[in-house]
Design a protein around this ligand. Sequence first.
Ligand SMILES: NC(=O)c1ccc[n+]([C@@H]2O[C@H](COP(=O)([O-])OP(=O)(O)OC[C@H]3O[C@@H](n4cnc5c(N)ncnc54)[C@H](OP(=O)(O)O)[C@@H]3O)[C@@H](O)[C@H]2O)c1
Length: 247
Amino acid sequence: MTIGIIGYGNIGQMITENLLKLNLVNEDELIISNRNISKLESLKEYYPNINITDDNNKLAKESDKIIISVESDDLLNVISEIKQNLNNTHIIHTCAGINFEDIENIYDGPVSLVIPTIASEFVESDNPQNGISLIVHNDNVNFIDSSKLETLFNEFSYVKILPDEEDIEIATILTSCAPAYIGLIVKKLSEFGFKHSNLDYEECKYLILKTLIGSSEVLLKDKINSDDNCDKLINKVCTPNGITEKD
Ligand SMILES: NC(=O)c1ccc[n+]([C@@H]2O[C@H](COP(=O)([O-])OP(=O)(O)OC[C@H]3O[C@@H](n4cnc5c(N)ncnc54)[C@H](OP(=O)(O)O)[C@@H]3O)[C@@H](O)[C@H]2O)c1
C-alpha cells in the first residue's frame, strides 16, 4: 500500500518521521510532495528509496491513501487539483478550520480529519505514544479504512475519536494549540527563575519540565476519581500561610 503525503511542513514532517522511524511503512511505500521540493532533499538523502515530488497529481495517481497537510487556506485548491486522479481514494487531512461540507462540494469520496499535535514529534523512548490525535470521519469512510487510520496514529499518539465535527474546534485548542501555551508558561517561569536566582535559564527550564511531567503523572494517576483532583493537588501544595499561597 502506498501512502502519499502532500505538504512537508511541521505536521507533514512529524507524521513522516514517525511512520519511518517506527517502521510503520517501508520507505518505498511513501511518496511525499512539497511545493518547494528542496525541502525534501535531506529526507531523500537519508531514505534513498522514498519517492519525492513537487507534482501532486503524480502523487495522487500512485497513492492508495493521501494525507494532506498544507496550510488550511490551500486545502480545497489541492483537492481540486488532484481530484481527477482520485479513485474513491481515502483522503486524510490535518487542516484545522475546514469542515466536511466545504470538501464535499469538490470531492464526494471518503475523507477523515486528523488534528495531530506537534507534541507527537518522534522522541527515542520506550513508549512512542505522545500527545493526542483527534480523528473524525465523514460518512463515506468505511469501517476498515477508519480502523486502519486510527491504528496508525495510535502507534505514536493517543487517539481520540470524535463522533462528529461539533467539538473539533474546542478539542483542537486543548490538544493541538496547547503545546504553544505550555511552551509559553515554561518560558515565562524559566525567565522568572533565571532573573531571581543564580540558576541559569536551562537549569530553571529543566526544573519546571520535570515538575510538569511529575504533576501530569499525579493528575493522571487517579483520574477515575469523581472529585476534581486538580483542586486536590492545588490544596496539597498550598498549605495555609505556605510560600505558594503567599506568592
Ligand atoms: N502546526 C501544528 O501544530 C498543527 C497542529 C494540528 C493541525 N495543523 C494543521 O496542519 C496544516 C499544516 O500545518 P503546518 O504547521 O505543518 O504548516 P506548514 O509548516 O506551513 O507546512 C505546510 C507545508 O505545505 C506545503 N504546501 C503548501 N501548498 C502546497 C501545495 N499546493 N502542494 C504541496 N505542498 C504544499 C508547504 O510548502 P512550502 O515549503 O513550499 O511552503 C509547507 O511545507 C495546517 O492546516 C494546520 O492548520 C497544524
